[in-house]
Design a protein around this ligand. Structure first.
Ligand SMILES: [Zn+2]
Length: 427
């Protein structure tokens, strides 16, 4: 009954409209490219009705033939997805091999095969970043979804670290740590970035946070970083005139890493300044056995200004005999022996090195010096100086990040700004 009423109302409305249109006749004129089409309003309306009717019929027919089902057929979709995945795999392959242009092409193929999902967008964003294009629309699209926050930040972080833009990198890490305060990778980056920025207090705080959580660093590595940070803080205290505070920090540093020679050297120098020669000597003996170097060698010779040169030689001999396998020990012994005119001992120390593969430029320069001091033999001096030129440089403070060498150890490389990259080592 309701349906009948409904259809009657529609019928009446249509009849009224038809009556109104026939009683208000008019014409429609279409002018286009020299063509002219004239239609009466009645004909136009009949055409529109016919068009709508045909459209509805086609729609019904396509439903009857199941075309939509064909398009969303799971088998067909799976093939399409597999194709897209294969393009994506190829794109990551090209990315890994550094062929970013090809990776972009393959990524775009994956996109046209299966649309813009996150994995395709991530590839395209990374490739676009590598190609250093001015705009990265894929990254912008990823930024729109909060689920991609960490991924997007990680990309930015990677770029800043590559550019050595430490302040910007630190800002991103702080932002990421707000969301993931216990993430070991982020905590490690926070330690390193604070250190690179010489923000030692915050570096220490980041170390404590890492120790409270799962560590990303091996215990020894973390202990070494702790030693370096305390060493840097000690230098700041010492520069401010607080020697005993500095000394305490240096002791902690050596407790964390007993082989960290720069902390030992700073401690020895501070102890000498404070007049505690005995502890200074004890500290020197402890470090010399593990990690001798030229700076420690200099301080060994000048440890006690009140000694006679023979007393110095005796003390140095005991020190060097405790670690005879180091070239540094034989060089130090030779230097001290030459200073006290103990010629045979000096020659013996240098011969020990020449007989092994540890002789360096310095070994032959000392030999040249010995020839002059002992025998006034300038011919032999020139001969050994020439040999020295051919010989490798011995151990030096070398930056393992940029390869530059320095006279002293620095927690941050002067040349490249890297943290803890300077090591006592061969070229
Ligand atoms: Zn460097």
């Amino acid at each position: 009954m309701i349906r009948l009423t409904y259809f009657s109302i529609i019928g009446i409305v249509i009849a009224l409209c038809a009556y109104w249109i026939t009683s208000n006749p008019g014409q429609v004129l279409i002018n286009w490219q020299g063509w002219e089409i004239r239609l009466s309003v009645d004909v136009l309306i009949i055409l529109i009705v016919l068009y709508t009717f045909t459209f509805l019929m086609v729609l019904k027919l396509s439903r009857w033939l199941n075309i939509a089902n064909f398009l969303s057929n799971p088998k067909r979709l799976a093939t399409k997805r597999a194709k897209a995945e294969s393009h994506l795999d190829q794109a990551w392959g090209s990315y890994a091999l550094g062929d970013f242009e090809l990776a972009l092409k393959q990524g775009l193929k994956a996109k046209s095969a299966n649309g813009e999902n996150n994995s395709v967008l991530r590839l395209l964003a990374k490739v676009t970043q590598k190609l250093e294009k001015d705009e990265n629309p894929y990254l912008e699209k990823l930024k729109l979804s909060s689920g991609n926050n960490i991924w997007v930040h990680k990309q930015d972080l990677h770029k800043y670290l590559q550019d050595k833009n430490w302040p910007a990198a630190k800002e991103i890490v702080s932002l990421m740590l707000e969301e993931h305060p216990k993430n070991p990778y982020l905590l490690k980056e926070a330690i390193l970035l604070n250190a690179r920025l010489s923000d030692w207090e915050n570096a220490k705080n980041s170390i404590s946070s890492m120790e409270k959580n799962r560590s990303f660093l091996a215990k020894n590595d973390l202990n070494h970083i702790k030693a370096v940070v305390d060493y840097a803080l000690a230098l700041e205290e010492k520069a401010a005139g607080k020697k005993s505070e500095a000394l305490n920090l240096l002791k902690t540093s050596l407790n964390n890493d007993p082989s960290f020679a720069p902390a030992a050297l700073a401690a020895i120098k501070t102890l000498i300044e404070l007049g505690d020669i005995k502890t200074a000597e004890k500290t020197l003996k402890a470090i010399w056995k593990i990690a001798p170097n030229d700076e420690l060698s200099d301080v060994a010779l000048d440890l006690n200004p009140k000694e006679s040169s023979t007393e110095t030689y005796r003390r140095v001999k005991v020190l060097c005999d405790s670690a005879p396998h180091f070239a540094e020990s034989q060089h130090l012994l030779a230097k001290s022996a030459i200073a006290t005119k103990h010629w045979p001992e000096a020659r013996k120390a240098l011969d020990t090195l020449i007989g092994s593969d540890k002789a360096s430029k310095e070994t032959y320069m000392l030999l040249a010096k010995l020839e002059v001091k002992q025998k006034n033999d300038y011919e032999a001096e020139t001969k050994f100086q020439k040999i020295a030129e051919q010989k490798p440089l011995g151990n030096k403070w070398l930056c393992h990040a940029c390869g530059s060498s320095t006279q002293h150890y620095f927690p941050i490389c002067d040349e490249c700004g890297e943290f803890d990259s300077v090591k006592w080592s061969k070229n």
